[in-house]
Write a protein that binds this ligand. Structure first.
Ligand SMILES: Cc1cc2nc3c(=O)[nH]c(=O)nc-3n(C[C@H](O)[C@H](O)[C@H](O)COP(=O)(O)OP(=O)(O)OC[C@H]3O[C@@H](n4cnc5c(N)ncnc54)[C@H](O)[C@@H]3O)c2cc1C
Length: 495
């Protein structure tokens, strides 16, 4: 068992936000930092695995927001590390929509259904905006008819589940550009994190402890005591908690005293998206390849049932791997069943699209983000018309505990760059707090020295300053009403 030691800062979690926060602290002279990570590796939701002879990304796969005037910081990290990436062109996916008998929908029908889905989604958003602002008495007047046919359901799924349910202007695309690049590097997306960690941690650095599941945080005005499930106790002046919103909701970590109500309410009001990429390996290709064929869609009467497909020939030619994306209820359903059953379902769908003679998959990989107790989901999903106080409250520190992670990024929640930038923001806020604390202590010391003199002269002692100020409270610019259509592109007909 480790003996208790006092650190300046303990960081819980070694995903992109935790590692970035530690790096910024180290760059600012705060070296006595301890990073406690529950898993046996760093990276969190950036995670590679070997499958079918290549490296696949179970978590984050794309660098989203590239090609704009301002550079995405994660794209910069990727360039510095020479990470291999492939441009993803989603614009043709709507011309590759298959029905259950393997026929591709004519482009006119696809465009019409797409237009309908976009209009219905915009109407739904307008209604949501009206009812959230409570300013429009007709808020419920126009209820759009929801998607009904398989093709409408498929497009609705892609607009809301595959893409992020965001409204324009979407900060990621406005700030950094609307292109997306798939990471296709044998070293994995996580190579960026390893490079970053190497700038301040040595290979056998004891300041990073893996397999340390934090179970309890006891906090007071004097510091924080961190207990891990294996019975160790670590003391720190401050904690940066970088675990996901799903973990915060799951009560894996208890707080003593408990978190205030405004905090627990905010945590429970943030939705979590479950997003699952199922990888299937085949002995040979049977799907169309070439320009405009990377992404294809299966239209089924059940929404989100093996809808969105991608072949990996652009990323890894000759790999013979397909990826199908499932989300939320479908993700949870397949997480609960055997991989053989999932393979059977996926094969049935593929045979509907490509005929009975295609070969069986030889291997399958099903990540389980929902059932992973160190994740409990894939990424935060704020309500579209979010009450800005919600993000403020999720992000605000409680005493000496600071919160970071993609879910605390007011502009880029859900993305790797959101996690990265939140790590920088949180550590800067903490550094400011540490400076303020130092100043308070030195003025306390001065008053300690002069108090006896003041007492002699009959002057009252100075009041005690507050221990930790409530940082990070700011407002977020109101978003406008428009549906994000960048990935599939808006059909010319409705432009
Ligand atoms: C399937 C999937 C696809 C995605 N696709 C993309 C994409 O294409 N592009 C993109 O930009 N983003 C994508 N994301 C989102 C992106 O991966 C995340 O936004 C980002 O990696 C989050 O980083 P983080 O540091 O906030 O959290 P995390 O990476 O979750 O780090 C938190 C760390 O805390 C650890 N932890 C949890 N509980 C404890 C505990 N009790 N004690 C100690 N440690 C603990 C966890 O193990 C984890 O390592 C995807 C995510 C998933 C899951």
């Amino acid at each position: 068992m480790d003996s208790p030691t006092r650190f300046s800062v303990i960081i819980v979690g070694a995903g992109i936000s935790g590692i970035t926060a530690a790096k910024v602290l180290a760059e600012n002279g705060v070296e006595d930092v301890l990073i406690l990570e529950a898993a046996d590796r760093i990276g969190g939701r950036i995670r590679k695995e070997q499958f079918g002879g290549v490296t696949v990304e179970l978590g984050a796969g794309w660098i989203a927001g590239v090609g704009g005037k301002q550079s995405n910081p994660v794209w910069e990290l990727a360039r510095q590390s020479n990470l291999r990436t492939c441009f993803s062109d989603y614009s043709n996916a709507r011309y590759n929509i298959y029905d259950h008998s393997g026929k591709i929908f004519p482009s006119g029908i696809a465009a019409h259904s797409y237009q309908k889905a976009v209009e219905s989604a915009i109407q739904k958003l307008r209604n949501q905006e009206s009812s959230s602002s409570m300013s429009n008495p007709d808020a419920d007047a126009e209820t759009p008819s929801g998607p009904k046919t398989p093709i409408e359901l498929a497009i609705d799924f892609i607009l809301h589940d595959f893409e992020m349910a965001e409204v324009e202007p979407i900060s990621t695309y406005v700030d950094f550009g609307d292109r997306e690049f798939l990471v296709a590097d044998e070293r994995g997306y996580e190579h960026l994190l390893h490079n970053m960690a190497a700038t301040f941690l040595s290979t056998s650095d004891t300041r990073l402890k893996l397999n340390k599941v934090v179970g309890e945080l006891q906090h007071s005005r004097n510091g924080v005591s961190v207990k891990t499930e294996d019975g160790c106790v670590y003391e720190a002046n401050y904690v940066i908690l970088s675990v996901s919103i799903g973990v915060l909701q799951s009560h894996l970590i208890s707080f003593s005293p408990p978190l205030p109500r405004w905090k627990t309410e905010a945590i429970s009001n943030c939705d979590i998206m479950v997003y699952t990429k199922v990888f299937l390996k085949f002995p040979r290709k049977f799907w169309p390849c070439g320009p405009g064929k990377e992404f294809f869609i299966y239209a089924h009467e059940r929404r989100g049932y093996y809808t969105f497909w991608q072949h990996m020939e652009n990323a890894y030619p000759g790999s013979n791997i397909l990826v199908v994306t499932l989300t939320n209820g479908e993700s949870k359903r397949i997480e609960a069943q055997s991989d053989q059953e999932t393979m059977r379902e996926a094969m049935e769908v593929l045979r509907n699209m490509f005929g009975p003679d295609i070969p069986d998959a030889t291997d399958i990989l099903v990540p389980r983000w929902w059932n992973n107790r160190f994740q409990r989901g894939s990424y935060s999903n704020y309500p579209i018309y979010v009450n800005h106080q919600l993000i403020d409250d999720i992000k605000a520190p409680v005493g000496r505990i600071f919160f970071t992670g993609e879910h605390t990024s007011e502009k880029f929640s859900g993305y790797v760059h959101g996690g990265y930038l939140s790590g920088i923001d949180t550590s800067k806020a903490l550094l400011e707090e540490m400076r303020a604390d130092k100043e308070r202590k030195s003025s306390e010391n001065q008053s300690f020295l002069i108090e006896p003199l003041l007492a002699l002269t009959g002057t009252l002692p100075l009041a005690q300053p507050d221990t930790v100020s409530n940082l990070h409270k700011f407002d977020i610019p109101r978003r406008q009403l428009f549906l994000h259509t960048s990935k599939l592109g808006v059909p010319e007909a409705i432009l």
